[in-house]
Write a protein that binds this ligand. Structure first.
Ligand code: UD1
Length: 368
């Protein structure tokens, strides 16, 4: 079976790491998977892309379209053309698209227009906020795809309401697979990666990231968020996404302060080590909300809604709508309740790969 994975942005590299490992483990009646990787080049900085392939031991992409930055239409349009050429060349059994970026939508659209089957990993997530480009990408991709790999029962219920239950399989969340694996190796590493925050080991600090267009692209909103981080009682390490750096500079907003230490985007093991050493997280990232939850750290989400509803249980994750409340919410004590395993037990990627075999009419029975 041939699978063409289409990725382009940082969170997709983490998901791909889980899937490419699982693909090398699953064999179906003696048949293994021939895995091709197309990188659209949506994220191109070494710290946003190359370092993830290296640290997470992902095979180098077979094709890199080097699309880079641009408007949504320009990015998506250029991707469509490049992906079509590769699809015609590779002729995959499945095109596999990940998450909710412009690379996801372009991959799904190019493939269905050629009549080639598409599977959507992380299907069924909904924020119900149509202002988010990611929400449009998710909805359109789900409705184009032939196989919907849902990370949770909540995601599957959204798909059912949209009439898509017959193509849905619940797998668990593949990001949880990698998060748990990397956290385990960080815990057992005699010299784990250190957070760049210049404080003695054992100090209390928060990890922060902000990158969503709804937060970065409006100057008064971004100013209020950064003011909120500056007003926290704790030290904060702010990992700065290129979009945040660009907008802060355009709007004349200083990101660092007495308590906020600004750092470059972190390699994945360093980010996990940083969260493990922290007392909590402040973010607008979907992935980081879940990572905080899986690693027992309270999360404060600077958004009006979340796609990951399971993280909200018992206040493990709290959404901040009124930015005046940021400081009070972010310094709340950590809940103590247990949270179950709504994202699976670390085997979501194996389940997703077996589902690809099963849906192509060949049931998966053996493993390496
Ligand atoms: C994209 C995804 C979002 C995902 C996020 C993770 C879409 C619509 N959004 O948002 O779902 O959560 O990736 O990071 O696909 N830039 C660089 N270097 C890079 C990458 C980006 O400098 O390596 C800058 C460019 O100026 C670019 C801006 O960041 O214009 C935004 O990048 P873009 O790819 O448009 O979207 P993200 O905000 O990263």
């Amino acid at each position: 079976m041939k699978v063409l994975s289409i990725v382009g942005a940082r969170p997709q590299f983490v998901k791909l790491a889980a899937i490419s490992r699982a693909m090398s483990q699953v064999v179906n009646h003696g048949e293994s998977i021939e895995h091709f990787i197309l990188h659209t080049g949506q994220h191109y900085d070494a710290g946003m892309s190359d370092v993830f392939f290296k640290d997470l031991e992902i095979p180098a992409p077979n094709v890199n379209l080097e699309i880079g930055s641009g408007s949504h239409a320009m990015q998506t349009g250029r991707m469509l053309e490049g992906i079509e050429t590769t699809l015609l060349d590779v002729q995959p059994t499945w095109t596999l698209v990940y998450g909710d970026t412009n690379s996801t939508l372009a991959g799904a659209l190019a493939s269905v227009k050629l009549g080639m089957p598409v599977a959507h990993l992380e299907a069924g997530l909904r924020s119900f906020n149509r202002q988010m480009p990611e929400e449009i990408n998710r909805v359109l991709t789900d409705h184009a795809a032939d196989l919907l790999l849902a990370p949770t029962e909540t995601a599957a219920s959204h798909l059912a309401k949209e009439g898509l239950s017959s193509s849905t399989t619940v797998t668990g969340d593949v990001m949880a697979d990698i998060c748990l694996l990397v956290a385990n190796s960080v815990r057992n590493d005699p010299e784990p990666p250190r957070s760049p925050l210049p404080v003695p080991p054992g100090s209390k600090y928060l990890v922060a990231t902000i990158h969503r267009a709804e937060n970065t692209d409006n100057s008064s909103r971004l100013r209020s968020i950064i003011k909120g981080l500056h007003s926290l009682d704790n030290q904060v390490i702010l990992y700065v996404h290129p979009r945040l750096r660009k907008r802060a500079s355009e709007f004349g907003i200083e990101l660092s302060s007495n308590n906020v230490f600004v750092a470059e985007p972190a390699p994945y093991p360093e980010l996990i080590a940083s969260v493990l050493g922290s007392i909590g997280v402040v973010t607008d990232s979907g992935g980081l909300q879940k990572e905080a939850f899986l690693l027992d750290r309270p999360c404060t989400t600077v958004r009006g809604e979340t796609e990951w509803l399971e993280t909200l249980v018992d206040g493990w994750n709290v959404l901040v709508r009124d930015l005046n409340e940021l400081a009070a919410v972010a310094s709340r004590p950590s809940p103590t309740s247990s949270r179950g395993e709504p994202y699976g037990a670390g085997d979501a990627s194996l389940r997703a790969v077996r589902a690809l075999f099963a849906a192509s009419g060949r049931d998966c029975r053996t493993e390496r």
